[in-house]
Design a protein. Structure first.
Length: 414
């Protein structure tokens, strides 16, 4: 059931069990933010938390804060707090580094667990860093072969007894297609390989059940749906059954069993800390700590219900305007974002339309070659926001405002 008027949207907002969370966020006046899938909004409590860290913990307490303020333990403390959002258990998640770096660590770790198998599978349409890192790894390690599939649906054609590990995106960054984690993980395991899920567009966007699906490894970032801010640390999940034996290649001192023994040889920490490398971004970690406090109040089932309703409303309205939807309409096949395209348009049309929308305060983004992408974050978006965003879109299309030459000028970040 989809709203057909702004009044109906307002009624849905009034009945929304998540509506109280909106006040947790700083939302600029006049902005409808449909880009929380790329950089989440600022939680109010993060301002205080980061200010306290810089002014007091760093400014006054200086090096004592590594112990006193819990800086040293932050990666595992945050990992344990994040675990419930991922369907993981305490001790299986550590917050560290960037997603790109964590992809490298988990891929190399998985290869080592399957001696004799030298193929790595990735998706050709995946977020490019996943491709670049697999390419870099294959170029660094002797005899490693990279195989590409369009997406998980093509896996049966490439899985054989040479494949060590498969790297997959849970939600496609461009189209918003959601993969069946349980079925795909099972398929990979039946061929004797391990799986790494990239959760960048699903962590905080929908319920994730890593352990229920038997997943081996997962990675994801903190600055999209988790709202931890630009440059905040990412995370690694490693199933408990693997932790005792897994070895990752970036064996820096933070992953050592006794970092302050300053021994010349490396011995990994017995637990998930072995995925650490060197000093971690404490300011970004504190921002994640603050945003995870908001997440403690979120019912993930309610989040998913609202997310699907918001994306459904947006897709219906966009289709009424004659735009093409690339995101699957079946609820079980999509994440919390929508990809649109101009039917029979030039590739640059989508870019110009997104720029014209941003000019009116409706912020989405553009992904080459021709995708207009909009993220829907149920913690701070209302149904009326979705309605108003589609009204702005309708107006831009009707008046042709987007054809103004100024909207064709490309910025570095699209
Ligand atoms: C955003 C994103 C990344 C980002 O990687 P960083 O190392 O944080 O820059 C990686 N993978 C996917 C699928 C993403 O969407």
């Amino acid at each position: 059931m989809t709203a057909t008027s702004r009044n109906e949207c307002a009624a849905l907002d009034a009945a929304d069990p998540l509506s109280g969370l909106r006040t947790e966020f700083v939302l600029p006046e006049g902005v409808i933010y449909l880009d929380g899938n790329s950089l989440g909004a600022l939680p109010r409590r993060t301002l205080d938390r980061v200010h306290r860290l810089i002014e007091h913990e760093w400014g006054q307490r200086l090096i004592r804060s590594w112990n006193e303020a819990g800086w040293w333990d932050l990666p595992t403390v945050l990992g344990d707090r994040l675990a419930p959002l991922l369907g993981a258990s305490p001790g299986e998640v550590v917050v560290c580094d960037s997603t790109s770096v964590n992809i490298f660590k988990t891929l190399a770790a998985a290869l080592r667990m399957r001696p004799g198998r030298r193929a790595v599978v990735a998706e050709s349409g995946s977020f490019p860093t996943d491709l670049y890192i697999t390419e870099g790894l294959a170029g660094t390690l002797d005899g490693v072969e990279r195989r590409l599939v369009a997406d998980a649906r093509e896996l049966p054609g490439v899985l054989d007894d040479e494949v060590a590990v498969v790297l997959l995106n849970h939600v496609d960054y461009r189209t918003g297609r959601l993969q069946d984690m349980a079925a795909v993980t099972d398929l990979v395991h039946r061929h004797g390989a391990l799986v790494i899920w990239d959760l960048c567009h699903s962590a905080g966007a929908l319920p994730v059940e890593l352990n229920a699906c038997g997943v081996d490894f997962a990675v994801g970032c903190g600055y999209k749906y988790l709202n931890a801010g630009p440059g905040s640390p990412a995370f690694v999940f490693c199933a408990a059954r693997h932790i005792g034996s897994v070895r990752q290649p970036l064996s820096g001192w933070w992953g050592h069993a006794e970092p302050f023994a300053f021994e010349p040889g490396y011995a990994p920490d017995p637990g998930i800390r072995r995925f650490l490398t060197g000093s971690q971004p404490v300011v970004g970690g504190a921002a994640l700590a603050a945003s995870l406090e908001v997440w403690e109040r979120v019912d993930m089932a309610a989040l998913r219900t609202k997310s699907l309703a918001l994306t459904d409303l947006f897709m219906r309205r966009a289709e009424e305007l004659g735009l093409e939807t690339l995101t699957p309409r079946e609820p079980e096949r999509r994440g919390s974002q929508v990809a649109l395209r101009v039917r029979d348009g030039d590739p640059g049309d989508g870019y110009a339309i997104v720029q014209a929308l941003i000019d009116r305060g409706v912020i989405g983004d553009f992904r080459a070659p021709d995708v207009m992408r909009f993220g829907f974050t149920p913690l701070y978006l209302r149904y009326v926001d979705v309605w108003d965003a589609t009204e702005a879109l309708a107006d831009i299309l009707r008046t042709g405002a987007w054809r103004d030459g100024k909207y064709a000028v490309r910025n570095a970040v699209t």
